[in-house]
Ligand binder design. Structure first.
Ligand code: SIN
Length: 286
């Protein structure tokens, strides 16, 4: 492998990592370099890695402790892994992650980051987008910033699949199974609408269209127009990057400072990635 290089994918977010074979031993210095690069670029793309599940879990632990997934049925025998699968015969169904979100933001201590490893990728479509919530925060109009700075936003997992996916009967073939009635998902959780990254100290907007239902102290109806403005601002194309997957790619992202979106434009073709998540600190106010 050549020298390590981080090639930016877009102006505000994302880097492609060259010169790293994650199948080989990652020593402490390299691990520290990768963690620092993640805080700087927010998402890292490692092409052509082809890791098995055991190695994906070890690589995930470079960035933080692996954690089990709530609310979604994990892979059999692998409580820390979600198979993100859409089968060729699943047409006109929602896909997992098919709306802008930060993973499990409804938990009291949402994951610090996530890892996706690409196994089967359609010949076209199925890209993933990420948006920098540091850039979103830094470019917020003053009026909006004043409205949310120091305020909590309310998150709940319960609406997923109600607001953003087709009715249950239309999803009977969907490969991702939500566990209904999970208390970790169904209660209201309060997080700062602007949070401070514990490692980089940078401030980021922390609301998302799937799980954020209202602002603390306001009803859902009164929150709605403010949240709609925040969501539009948080997902402007200018602050995003987009990854066109190839089998073997491994992507790591910081859930505290990004939103992501899985494009659902590949009906009739199978797509499979394995997802792990890491870290679990409660978000801090800015
Ligand atoms: C997700 O983790 O939200 C899924 C992303 C994807 O399938 O591209």
């Amino acid at each position: 492998m050549g020298a390590i290089a981080f090639r930016p994918l877009a102006g505000y977010i994302g880097a492609r990592v060259e010169g790293v074979a994650l199948s080989e031993t990652v020593d402490d210095d390299l691990a520290a370099t990768l963690r620092t690069a993640l805080f700087e670029h927010l998402i890292l793309v490692f092409p052509e890695q082809y890791l098995d599940l055991a190695r994906q879990k070890e690589v995930t632990e470079i960035f933080g402790p692996l954690r089990p997934v709530p609310y979604i049925e994990p892979m059999a025998g692998e409580p820390q892994v979600i198979a993100v699968l859409k089968k060729a015969e699943e047409r006109n169904v929602g896909v997992f992650g098919g709306e802008w979100h930060s993973d499990f933001s409804f938990l009291k201590a949402p994951p610090a980051g996530s890892v996706l490893s690409a196994v089967e990728i359609p010949p076209y479509g199925g890209d993933t987008l990420w948006a920098s919530q540091i850039a979103a925060y830094e470019s917020l109009p003053t009026g909006l910033k004043d409205l949310i700075e120091g305020r909590d936003a309310v998150h709940t997992g319960a609406p997923y699949g109600v607001k953003h996916a087709p009715p249950q009967e239309a999803r009977s073939g969907a490969s991702i199974k939500m566990v209904r009635g999970d208390p970790a998902a169904d209660r209201e959780t309060f997080h700062p609408a602007v949070r401070t990254h514990p490692e980089s100290g940078r401030k980021a907007l922390f609301v998302n269209p799937i799980y954020t239902t209202r602002l603390d102290g306001l009803s859902e109806a009164d929150s709605r127009p403010i949240l709609e403005r925040l969501f539009r601002h948080a997902t402007r194309p200018d602050i995003t990057c987009r990854h066109r997957w190839s089998a073997g790619d491994l992507v790591v992202w910081d859930n505290r400072t990004t939103l992501h979106y899985a494009l659902n434009d590949y009906d009739g073709v199978r797509r499979l990635l394995y997802r792990t998540t890491f870290g679990d600190r409660e978000p801090a106010h800015a």
